[in-house]
Each structure stands twice: as structure tokens, then as C-alpha cells.
Design a protein around this ligand. Structure first.
Ligand SMILES: *Cc1c(COP(=O)(O)O)cnc(C)c1O
Length: 355
């Protein structure tokens, strides 16, 4: 399918102070939009000036949460080029999310092509500073105009771009997280593995409570027994216990992170063993107490790798590695970011230049 391009006649001034970019507050000059109608499929793929959407007040997305999204980044390398990190993985995951939510699937190669064309057009918006990137947010919304509950007959796939600052403005730093024992994020058979807005809607309350108590994020337990570790708000979680790296196995309620997958593949490539298995909170906290919980880190596109300095559970705190960044955590952060920003050879074939 051809992508029709309408250039923005009034491009915005690009931010001059990259230290003030923050996350998801500033948007580029263009966006990608494509419509889907049942019986017709996808049509009218276009890049147009960034702007407000027109939406019917009875639109499905506003009432029944017919929405899925993705998140990836474009990185500027030292020689000024722009590259993506495993965009086909985002395409695949988004199609899996679409299937779960009764939204239309799409051609995965075309999705990557659309991202490339959009980023290419707004290439000058990709920031240059250390750790900065262009955040890419594709999403699909159900846009039927009516209050009946059923799978959608009209949907839109939209891609917007937001130049974003370094996640660690002051350098890689440990965060403190709270194990949530009241609310749950997802259950097996539910939508936990889909990247959908509804999962986030249900997580806000616990996140606020954690923040109020001084913790950066929530660590979710399984939705049935509230016994097993699942993941952090928008990151997967990994541990080094007694010399061995482990992470909760994907079970249907955990979001299959591309950073998680990349770390596991990178470790295998480096000959380091890692386990995907059930990890109970009990095991974890006992390991924290007897000193065998050597490291803990979250992993996701935004932060890449986020060291955990302290875990809290039922008002008790457990300090990990003296609250400092562990060597495995640091190495994974260094190794992955080196690939993403093009400082290291791309031995696993993960980066894709935009042209
Ligand atoms: C997006 C997301 C992640 C991380 O996935 P990446 O592909 O690594 O960015 C983890 N958990 C949740 C709930 C997410 O939405």
C-alpha cells in the first residue's frame, strides 16, 4: 500500500534545550494514520500534519476501551544516522494484542515501513544528546459510532512521535519499588499479555499509592494467589539470586517485553545462563534477607534497564546490594544501550537504519 504524504505547512520550532524534553510532552510535525473497515480492510494510509483527531462521542474507544498501543524508539548514532531497535517485534506483539482485543491485525512489514517513512520525514526531531531518543507510539483505536458492545467495524492505526529526554538525566540510578498485595494488574485468560490501555487504567490506583509512600513503581503479583512475582508497572523484572539470573516465565498475564526478550537472547549469546520460571514473593524476600538476592532490575524500552535498590512488602523494606547498582545490571544496561545507540557492533542483527 502506498503512503500518501501531506507535509505540514507550518512546522514547529524544534526544542533547543534537550535537557528539558521530558517524556511524551512534545510531538513532531507529522503523524501516520490508516483506517480499517470491516469487509474492506486497511485503507487510506497517510502521513499528515500532526493535529487533533475528530472523534464521535459514542466512539467505542471512549466507552469500552477498544485500544492497544506499542512503544519503541529511534536512536541517533554518533555519526548522525537514525536507527530503530527490533521494530518487527513491536509489529508482532501489536498483532497479538489486536487479536486479543477484537481489533484488526495488519501487515507487519508495512507497519515497519510506515514507522520508517514517518521517522524519516521527521528525522530532524530525533534529538542528539546522550541518552535521548525519539519515542514512537503506534496505537489502534476502535472507532465505531455507537454504544452496542461488539467487535469493531471501524478502527484507526495512528503513529505519533515524541522527542524524549534521557531517562537517567543524572546517570543510571536505583529505584525503590513496592510489591502490591491488594490490587492486581492481570489474570491468566485476561489481557495481561496484550499491550492495551485498559491494563494501565486498572493499574493507576496502586501506582498512586506506591508513589504516595515514596516508591517509584509497583511490583505486581499474580492475580489469583497473589504469591508469584509478575512484573513492574511498565517493565519486566529480573533478579540475580545466588549467582543465577532469573525472571518470571511468561504465563499469559505478563507483558512479553522486547527488552526482556533481548536481554535473555543477549545473555544466551554471551554464554550466560538465565532461567524463566515461577518466582514467589516468599522466595524473593527470603533471598533478600539472607543476602542471596544479589541484584534486581526492571527492563523496558523507556528505561532500558532500571536497577532496583529497595523492595517493600507489607511495610517492610528489603535493601538489595546495599542499594547500589550491581555489576550484571550495569553490564546489561551498557551492552544494550551500546547496541541501540550504535556504539557496539550489532552482532544479533537487531538494529535497522531508517533508510
Ligand atoms: C511495554 C511494557 C513492558 C516492556 O516492554 P518492552 O517491549 O520491553 O518495552 C513491560 N510491561 C508492560 C506492562 C508494558 O506495557
Amino acid at each position: 500500500m502506498e503512503i500518501k504524504v501531506t507535509k505540514n505547512p507550518n512546522p514547529a520550532a524544534k526544542p533547543t534545550d534537550e535537557s528539558k524534553l521530558g517524556f511524551g510532552k512534545i510531538f513532531t510535525d507529522h503523524m501516520f494514520v490508516m483506517d480499517w473497515y470491516r469487509g474492506k480492510g486497511w485503507e487510506n494510509a497517510r502521513i499528515e500534519p500532526f493535529g487533533y483527531l475528530s472523534i464521535h462521542p459514542a466512539s467505542t474507544v471512549l466507552h469500552y476501551g477498544a485500544e492497544i498501543f506499542e512503544g519503541l524508539k529511534a536512536y541517533r548514532t554518533a555519526d548522525g544516522k537514525v536507527q530503530l531497535f527490533r521494530p518487527i517485534e513491536n509489529a508482532r506483539r501489536m498483532n497479538n494484542s489486536a487479536l486479543r482485543m477484537g481489533l484488526p491485525t495488519f501487515d507487519e512489514d508495512f507497519f515497519v515501513q510506515a514507522i520508517k517513512e514517518l521517522v524519516k520525514l521527521d528525522e530532524d526531531w530525533v534529538p542528539h544528546g546522550d541518552g535521548t531518543s525519539l519515542y514512537i507510539r503506534p496505537f489502534i483505536s476502535g472507532d465505531d459510532e455507537g454504544l452496542g458492545v461488539h467487535s469493531v467495524a471501524h478502527a484507526r492505526l495512528i503513529i505519533i512521535l515524541a522527542p524524549s529526554g534521557s531517562y537517567y538525566a543524572g546517570g543510571l540510578a536505583p529505584v525503590n519499588i513496592m510489591i502490591e498485595d491488594e490490587d492486581v494488574r492481570a489474570v491468566r485468560g485476561g489481557t495481561g499479555y496484550a499491550k492495551c490501555g485498559g491494563n494501565y487504567g486498572a493499574s493507576i490506583r496502586a501506582g498512586e499509592r506506591a508513589e504516595h509512600k515514596g516508591y517509584a513503581q509497583v511490583l505486581w503479583l499474580d492475580g489469583v494467589e497473589r504469591k508469584y512475582i509478575e512484573e513492574v508497572g511498565a517493565m519486566n523484572i529480573m533478579f540475580k539470586i545466588n549467582g543465577k539470573i532469573c525472571t518470571p516465565a511468561l504465563n499469559g498475564s505478563i507483558l512479553p517485553g522486547i527488552t526482556r526478550k533481548s536481554i535473555l537472547e543477549l545473555l544466551a549469546h554471551q554464554g550466560v545462563e538465565a532461567e524463566e520460571r515461577l518466582i514467589s514473593a516468599e522466595e524473593l524476600l527470603a533471598a533478600a534477607e539472607n543476602g542471596t538476592l544479589e541484584e534486581a532490575w526492571g527492563c523496558g524500552t523507556a528505561a532500558v534497564v532500571s536497577p532496583v535498590g529497595k523492595l517493600a512488602y507489607k511495610d517492610k523494606e528489603y535493601v538489595i546490594n546495599g542499594g547500589k547498582i550491581g555489576p550484571v545490571t550495569q553490564k546489561l544496561y551498557d551492552d544494550l544501550t551500546a547496541i541501540q545507540w550504535g556504539r557496539a557492533a550489532d552482532e544479533l542483527g537487531w538494529v535497522e537504519p531508517i533508510d
